[in-house]
Ligand binder design. Structure first.
Ligand code: COA
Length: 528
């Protein structure tokens, strides 16, 4: 296999300057991640522990196989919203290995506003279910939630991808053979009661877990009956009398142990194929920050990144001498084959048709696709339009939409305009989508957008003062909204990751998707 080379000079002034700028962005990511991992803060945590309860991340640690990886998803959901009072959107979600079986874990954090569901909480819960459904991962729900956040009821209750939709997904997954398991560590109130009630197998912790459609205050208001939570919906009632729960645990640790036993007996066919001894890249992943810096206007050669992600830096290029602003080629990551499409400049008609052709090859050969996005968009202008860029770019978008193999997307630079579509942005349903901390996502760059709007105003004779205001307003808006934390807060991705972790994350995701159900029906490879 051909091996990529590198011309990176870590001692150069340019590298050092870019590294310093990138480090600032990296520190921001780490600081924010550390902050959200504290959950609802020290006071809430102490109150939680004083009730004899285990913090949510410790519950997950105890559930996982010792030393097994846990791919946390969307850790910074709701970041910057609600004065940052809803860290991680009050729910921890991720893929981890339990009793040897890769599972999706969805765990409420009761230290964050009683674990109630905000708009982003529902979105995160729903997205985790969607991933589990696509990858056929059993779901383990660690339930400890006050249900819908009543102040947000219009944002969490009525629509398709709200509470009802999440229950619908749960029923459909169970019926399609994807196990749904719940351990109840706290309230499962009102709508929230259906998470355990619709699970295939349920464990309740005595004294902690409560399942009821209406809690004691609501019962008192509605029927005038007075009753405590344990008598109304505790573990003994539901395990010994109603049968809502299948197992009682007398401590949280016991419940987690029982859940491990249940997963061990799922007879699950799912396995993770990570080749531990795959040859690492020949170049240092820690150098990625110094290569990319933080200024998207300064270009870098995407081969330098590929050389730091793939096994042994081996890369078999496809059409290296044609449409070279889209780099295409085959490689392996942690032993798993992957077909990479990576931007190295604006997309021209030739790059677009090359990409479409390459996707067909990957689809025919059943090789997952990896998109490395650093794209301002497709080429515009007289020559490009007359060359049929609309038609050629559509071919790429069409091929991306209909590829039957798993798709992973990493936004490592800019993700603008139709470039986002052609390179498998969120709308094109990649199995996983991650971003780097210096990435940007928007319909176009802020300066371009400001140019469009100010030109329009100028053509209508608007005064210069008003035009300057518009320009500033749009620049500010685009700066704020293209920030990767703005995106991740709203669940437009599955998380912001560090360049140095990227190989491990992608390798893990490829392993999760590796036994995808293959549609082996024949499809032609059209030469573009
Ligand atoms: N909607 C909006 N806010 C809620 C809420 C809900 N469903 N449930 C709790 N909160 C808020 C509380 O007002 C409190 O806010 P504050 O810190 O600003 O005072 C915060 O969440 C924590 O609640 P608290 O009651 O102090 O925590 P707790 O751990 O003692 O009890 C619950 C948690 C969930 C058991 C309890 O708050 C409760 O029973 N809530 C109502 C649940 C309900 O009826 N849900 C209906 C869903 S359809």
């Amino acid at each position: 296999m051909p091996v990529l080379s590198s011309s990176t000079a870590p001692n150069s002034e340019q590298f050092q300057t870019r590294q310093a700028a990138f480090d600032i962005a990296l520190n921001r990511l780490r600081t924010q991640q550390a902050q959200v991992s504290e959950g609802g803060g020290e006071k809430q945590r102490e109150r939680h522990i004083s009730r004899g309860k285990i913090p949510v991340r410790d519950r997950i640690d105890m559930l996982l196989d010792p030393g097994a990886p846990f791919l946390e998803l969307s850790a910074l959901a709701a970041w910057g919203l609600y004065d940052n009072k809803v860290p991680a959107a009050g729910i921890v979600a991720g893929i981890g290995v339990i009793s040897g079986v890769p599972c999706m874990i969805i765990a409420n954090d009761p230290t964050v506003m009683g674990g109630t569901f905000y708009a982003e909480t529902v979105k995160k819960h729903f997205r985790a279910q969607e991933i589990a459904q696509q990858q056929r991962l059993p779901i383990v729900y660690l339930v400890d939630s006050g249900g819908a956040n009543l102040a947000q009821q219009d944002l969490v209750f009525p629509d398709k991808e709200h509470f009802g939709g999440a229950f619908y997904q749960q029923c459909r997954m169970s019926a399609s053979g994807i196990p749904q398991l719940a351990a109840v560590f706290g309230p499962a109130t009102a709508g929230g009661a259906y998470i355990p009630a619709l699970s295939d197998e349920v464990i309740m912790v005595k004294g902690h877990g409560h399942i009821f459609l209406g809690g004691p205050p609501l019962v008192k208001a509605a029927t005038k009956e007075e009753i405590d939570a344990e008598s109304l919906g505790g573990a003994e009632l539901h395990t010994f009398e109603t049968g809502v729960s299948d197992h009682i645990a007398y401590s949280e640790a016991e419940a987690l142990g029982k859940m491990r036993d249940i997963v061990a007996n799922l007879n699950s066919p799912k396995n993770l194929s990570v080749t531990e001894n795959a040859a690492p890249p020949r170049f240092d992943m820690a150098e990625i920050g110094g290569i990319i810096g933080d200024d998207l206007k300064v270009p870098y050669d995407i081969h330098e990144i590929i050389a730091r992600l793939v096994d042994d830096s081996e890369f078999q290029s496809f059409k290296a001498d044609y449409g070279s602003t889209l780099v295409c080629g085959f490689a392996k990551i942690m032993g798993n084959p992957v077909a990479i499409l990576a931007n190295n400049g604006v997309l021209f008609p030739e790059s677009a048709v090359k990409g479409a052709h390459f996707i067909e090859l990957a689809d025919q050969r059943q090789i997952p696709l990896l998109f490395l996005q650093n794209i301002t968009g497709f080429m515009i202008g007289i020559e490009a339009e007359r060359g049929g860029i609309a038609k050629h770019s559509a071919k790429l978008v069409y091929a991306v939409s209909n590829a039957r193999v798993p798709k992973l997307t990493l936004i490592c630079g800019g993700s603008y305009g139709a470039g986002n579509y052609g390179m498998c942005g969120r709308g094109f349903c990649p199995d996983f989508l991650f971003t780097w901390p210096t990435s940007r996502t928007a319909v176009m760059g802020g300066e371009t957008a400001a140019g469009v709007m100010t030109d329009l105003q100028r053509s209508k004779g608007a005064p210069e003062e008003k035009i300057a205001q518009t320009e500033k307003g749009i620049l500010d808006q685009f700066t704020e909204q293209s920030d990767p934390y703005y995106s991740t807060a709203r669940l437009w991705d599955d998380g912001v990751i560090e360049p140095e972790q990227t190989r491990t994350v992608l390798g893990f995701c490829l392993a999760v998707t590796a036994d995808f159900e293959r549609d082996r029906s024949k499809r032609p490879v059209y030469r573009m």
